[in-house]
Write a protein that binds this ligand. Structure first.
Ligand code: ATP
Length: 293
């Protein structure tokens, strides 16, 4: 039932064709200001990076392997602390335990011995939020939203990869985060399932209105989903550039992908990534790493 509701009401997408945030957004803003970060002294991953997202904005983070996408996400979630600069969520210094934050990763990482419903309920139990019946009701509500209420009592190993990832999404959503951090959440899925998950994510976002930061390697996925795509350069360059995705919403795979603007935007992103790769290949080798003649 809730899934149908999500399909029918798309306040964000219907009313704001290009804008970032739905009118009554539940999303949190985030600000990264003058951030410097290194895992080891003298080896900066980021140097003076600044970046913002408005409440309810869908931001994709794109870049070649090793450019620092996951590191940036870990800094935004407070799992890593910057060496300089600030990271705030709605004006508060970030900490991993902030209620505002939710996570979805590439692997669903469900507990195999717990039912689907118990997996989704787990975070509420750990946080001691709500009574047992209310936790169950809420878990079922979010399972319904991802169209999995009918497998609530199954164990995860009875589900396909795509279904397991939808459970992981419901598990994040049940905590009602205002900022959803997604690290290549659909990368392990086949192309058809991935496309369906992309559409499903847009439906949920248009109903729930979180701010989303979504890491991907896939330019088409970035263009289909995002309001804005941030391209990262190789360390320590930080942000290479940004591209605003001015495609109309609501977006549907078959319709959006046939728009000439869709192809243009993909092309712009591919060129930017090629520029990032090229700038790295032109970079002088670090002392001691010159090829032996
Ligand atoms: N725990 C760590 N300790 C030291 N260096 C690290 C650590 N994690 C990542 N790095 C380095 O930081 C840089 C950025 O890594 P990161 O995983 O953030 O990149 P990424 O863009 O997410 O890559 P991918 O797309 O392959 O997942 C890389 O050079 C990587 O080797």
């Amino acid at each position: 039932m809730y899934y149908m509701l999500a399909l029918q009401t798309r306040p964000h997408e219907a009313s704001t064709p290009h804008a970032a945030a739905p009118a009554a957004s539940r999303g949190a803003s985030f600000v990264v200001d003058g951030m410097q970060f290194a895992y080891r002294p003298g080896k900066d991953i980021f140097r003076n990076v600044s970046l913002k997202a408005a409440p309810g904005e869908f931001v994709a983070l794109l870049g070649p392997s090793g450019c620092g996408k996951s590191t940036l996400l870990n800094l935004l979630s407070g799992f890593l602390a910057p060496n300089a600069g600030v990271v705030t969520i709605d004006g508060r210094a970030v900490r991993p335990e902030l209620d505002e934050l939710g996570y979805v990763f590439q692997a669903p990482n469900l507990f195999p011995w717990l039912s689907v419903q118990e997996n989704v309920r787990f975070g509420l139990r750990m946080a001691g939020r709500l009574g047992r019946d209310e936790q169950k009701r809420k878990a079922l509500h979010y399972l319904d939203l991802v169209d999995l209420a009918d497998v609530a009592d199954e164990l995860p190993n009875r589900l396909s990869g795509g279904m397991q990832q939808r459970v992981a999404l419901a598990r994040a959503l049940v905590l009602e985060p205002r900022l959803l951090l997604m690290d290549e959440p659909f990368a392990a899925l086949d192309a058809i399932t991935r496309g369906a998950m992309n559409e499903e994510l847009l439906r949920l976002w248009s109903t729930l209105g979180q701010t989303i930061l979504f890491i991907t390697h896939d330019v088409e996925e970035a263009v289909f989903l995002a309001d804005r795509v941030i391209i990262l350069g190789f360390p320590p360059d930080g942000i290479d550039s940004e591209v605003v995705v001015d495609l109309p919403r609501p977006r549907e795979r078959r319709r959006s992908r046939t728009l000439p603007r869709f192809a243009e935007l993909c092309d712009v992103l591919l060129q930017r990534i090629a520029g990032v790769m090229e700038s790295r290949s032109r970079r002088p080798l670090a002392p001691g790493t010159e090829p032996v003649q």
